[in-house]
Design a protein around this ligand. Sequence first.
Ligand SMILES: NC(=O)c1ccc[n+]([C@@H]2O[C@H](COP(=O)([O-])OP(=O)(O)OC[C@H]3O[C@@H](n4cnc5c(N)ncnc54)[C@H](OP(=O)(O)O)[C@@H]3O)[C@@H](O)[C@H]2O)c1
Length: 287
Amino acid sequence: MRVSLPGGHSWQNGAVTAPSFLYGTAWKEDRTPALVELALRTGFRGIDTANQRRHYFEAGVGQGLAAAYRAGIVTRAELFLQTKYTYQPGQDHRLPYDPDADLSVQVAQSMASSLEHLDTDHVDSYVLHGPASGQGWSDHDAEVWGAMGRERDAGRTRLLGVSNVSLRHLQQMAAGGAETPAFVQNRCFAVRGWDRDVRAFCAQYKIVYQGFSLLTANQQVLHHPLVSGIAARHRVTPAQVVFRFALAMGMLPLTGTSDPEHMRQDLAARALALSADETRAIESIVG
Ligand SMILES: NC(=O)c1ccc[n+]([C@@H]2O[C@H](COP(=O)([O-])OP(=O)(O)OC[C@H]3O[C@@H](n4cnc5c(N)ncnc54)[C@H](OP(=O)(O)O)[C@@H]3O)[C@@H](O)[C@H]2O)c1
């Protein structure tokens, strides 16, 4: 059972506590180790990555973690580490598995490679990066999900998640009798009611919704006079208002900022006291 702790500042699932903000490591290439270390030094305790060299440098995340451990900033036990299995079409030539192997073998190989990159014996969350088809939950997905469940049962991840899913994917997954995920990680568009349908499913099944691209997918909200007004009133930035709004909606937000000041601001957004009226007003700007 999952419960939201007072203040909404972390999530509890059995023995696993997920922090209230995740630091995303996509697109950082050679800067990955230094930015991961800086994020941890700034106060992030949740790291999102993927064993997908095309967009992430997972071994670099491991280097950043190692530097932070050496510097005494944090211990492994204080961290929430999340990585992903990515199907071959989402990868480039730098595959973390044998493409000719069965999907379930690919999952095991990808996980083994992730654990090596991150120098740990388990991650806290293991996410299917995206279903095989946009049309619905397929037999391929069922096979991969089963293999991910076996990784969890073997202790190599505490929790499981899915990413880039529609309501249809989730409904078909549940209807087929599959275990529902602990996390859904989606790009969160305000014009779609901030992914209203998927969030409603998550609420019903006690799934924690992780939102990414909260800023980049919602430029019209970020520049809306209502949000500028709220930001000015609270002496914060519009980006902080959007992140605080996401928390108020029950989301676990991701930020992938490379800017030290933005790292501080993003974490500080948690302390912003948005009123219920302000939250409602932001929710209804679009969508
Ligand atoms: N599951 C998936 O398929 C998937 C897809 C995309 C992303 N993700 C995950 O989500 C993470 C975040 O990605 P994202 O798409 O949300 O984009 P992002 O990498 O967080 O980029 C957000 C943009 O907003 C800016 N920004 C951040 N904080 C700000 C602030 N306080 N004020 C002003 N600007 C700010 C950043 O610029 P500065 O660097 O200058 O601050 C950056 O240009 C990724 O690293 C990855 O871990 C997952």
